[in-house]
Write a protein of this length. Structure first.
Lengths: 170, 424
């Protein structure tokens, strides 16, 4: 086993532990274990070439989110939340269903409204980030000597935006 | 950067603007820190939103708008009060409004208090007196008389002091009225008398012209004029009672013939004193304090300037006020008194509280039935009173324990109601 493979196995082990803990806090234990297993299978089989930490971790987050949303949709279809007759439920659509699209649109609208209520500094910070500027670049733009100042301002702005969104990005 | 500080990078994770170094540290820490991992997992939802080019473009367009415009579109008008600046301005305005309201009231009260204190000051200054010697009033009679206690009533009771204060504020009118009646020899007065008249006229809001006050001056300072060394008052209730000329006969002397000053004849006045029977069987005038301590019978000796009617009321405190004299068996409310003739009135026993508080009333006309309402309004008859208590002076040998009460209101409806507190 090569050194990169060993490092990847160590990262996957840590990821499994973190993913299982996170999923358990959101869904049932059994479902959390299933979700974790499915994420790791995908990472192992479909993304076996991804070995770098900075790629593997965000990829794991992305897969985890997809899996959780998919599990949520399956639960809805199976009537686990609402005991409806299976005949009354529509057939599964591999693409985004209208409900998901509506949810996406509402989240965007809420985000736009929340951004509009931010103060001048937060708006500038958010705008520069959307334009692709990194924190060191933003520090230069804002004329600050310490990068920690930018980190602190951004953290406060993020919390304010999250509060304006109702406490969740969903 | 500690793990806690790595949370600062969450914003960069969602916007995908972290530098490779920041990403390395953040993800490595997330694998070891469950809390940071959970935060990143939650942030994934926002990251997905921002990863959409359409959403990112719309956000950038929204952020391009000016802050004020965006705030106006999203915030209701009352949201201004929720901002710190709005709260500060609103609070400041509220405090200013409250301060203005109460400050104005306090200032007005302070102004009134100051005005009252100005009025009660002794207006006669020695320099002013010496600057106009030719117009000095005749002080000689009183200078050789027994020392006068210039207290408003000669008694220390707070109630009397209250009366004196109210009397002072209304002193302009009596003095002016008396000036009209004053003899020519007393008509010219020092300049500051006119100034004091102006001050008092201002207080009473009576637009009377400043007059050279020949009328008696109120002497509220108790110790200012007591004793032989103190300058004798130019005018006093006693001087007015005797028509401006002091009797040389001392206490117990009739004064019918002493009408040297016609001016005071028109003013209503009386003299009262406490008398007890001495060891020699003779009546002897004593002070109120002595009378209150006396175990023997004490009588009130009253003499008036005019023919009129007298009555003596006793304040029984919470039990109300009763008519003590004339006695009930007479069937009369008041008895006629002849001018310059003394009337002896027996003193009533003290009330249950131990205090003996009397009200002596004198009027040229007979009194009507006394109602409770009238009892409460007796103070209105004491507003224009000039009261002077005289005690013996060892330097002159004169012996007189008496109180002179003059009503400077020369109107026909004038009457006197003087409070005589006698503590037992």
């Amino acid at each position: 086993m090569t050194r990169l493979a060993m490092q990847r196995d160590l990262m996957l082990t840590s990821l499994r532990e973190r993913i299982l803990a996170f999923a358990t806090s959101r869904v049932s234990r059994d479902l959390a274990e299933d979700l974790t297993q499915e994420v790791l299978v995908l990472l192992h089989e479909k993304y076996a070439r991804v070995t770098d930490l900075t790629e593997l971790v965000p990829l794991a987050f992305q897969i985890l989110r997809f899996q959780m949303l998919d599990a949520h949709r399956k639960s809805l279809r199976r009537g686990e939340y609402h005991q409806d007759a299976i005949e009354d439920l529509p057939l599964a659509d591999p693409g985004d269903d209208p409900a998901t699209q509506l949810d996406q649109k509402q989240r965007v609208d809420r985000l736009l409204a929340a951004v509009g209520q931010l103060g001048g500094r937060c708006r500038d910070l958010f705008r520069w980030k959307l334009e692709g500027h990194s924190f060191p670049e933003i520090r230069k733009i804002m004329g600050q000597t310490s990068i920690n100042t930018i980190y602190t301002w951004d953290l406060r702005c993020r919390k304010q935006l999250l509060s304006l969104m109702g406490g969740t990005w969903e | 950067m500690s793990e806690h500080e790595l949370e600062h990078l969450l914003g960069g994770f969602a916007a995908d603007t972290l530098t490779p170094d920041e990403q390395q540290r953040l993800y490595a820490a997330a694998l070891q820190d469950q809390r940071l991992f959970d935060a990143l997992a939650d942030e994934q939802a926002l990251k997905e939103l921002l990863a959409d080019p359409a959403v990112r473009r719309r956000l950038l367009e929204a952020l391009q708008q000016p802050v004020t415009q965006a705030a106006e579109q999203t915030s209701p008008w009352w949201a201004w009060f929720r901002k710190p600046a709005g709260l500060a301005v609103t609070g400041g305005l509220a405090v200013a409004l409250i301060a203005l309201t109460f400050g104005t009231r306090i200032f007005q009260e302070g102004l009134d208090r100051h005005t009252r204190s100005v009025v009660t000051e002794e207006p006669v200054s020695p320099s002013a007196m010496s600057s106009s010697p030719s117009s000095a009033p005749p002080p000689a009679p009183l200078a050789s008389e027994p020392a006068t206690n210039a207290n408003a009533n000669g008694t220390p009771q707070s109630q009397r002091a209250k009366q004196a204060a109210s009397r002072e504020t209304r002193a302009a009118r009596p003095r002016t009225d008396a000036t009209d009646q004053a003899p020519a020899g007393e008509s010219s007065q020092p300049a500051e008398h006119a100034r004091v008249s102006e001050d008092r006229a201002r207080v009473t809001e009576t637009p009377r012209p400043p007059a050279p006050a020949a009328a008696p001056m109120l002497k509220p300072a108790p110790s200012a004029l007591s004793g032989a060394a103190a300058p004798a008052p130019v005018n006093s209730a006693r001087a007015l009672y005797f028509g401006g000329v002091s009797p040389s006969t001392g206490a117990g002397t009739r004064t019918e013939g002493n009408t040297g000053a016609a001016a005071s004849v028109t003013l209503l006045g009386l003299r009262y004193s406490f008398v007890i029977r001495g060891s020699d069987g003779q009546n002897q005038e004593v002070s109120a304090a002595t009378a209150s301590r006396s175990t023997g019978p004490v009588r009130l000796l009253v003499e008036t300037t005019h023919d009129g009617y007298l009555q003596l009321l006793q304040n029984l405190g919470s039990a109300g006020t009763r008519l003590w004299w004339p006695p009930q068996e007479t069937g009369k409310i008041s008895l006629k008194a002849v001018a310059r003739t003394r009337v002896e009135i027996p003193m009533p026993p003290p009330a249950e509280s131990g205090l003996l508080d009397l009200v002596l009333r004198f009027s040229p006309k007979p009194f009507g039935p006394l109602t409770m309402q009238e009892v409460g309004m007796l103070d209105r008859f004491s507003g224009n009173l000039l009261i002077e208590t005289v005690s013996p002076d060892g330097t002159t040998g004169a012996r007189e324990f008496a109180t002179y009460v003059m009503n400077s209101d020369a109107s026909p409806a004038a009457q006197i109601a003087v409070d005589i507190p006698v503590s037992r």
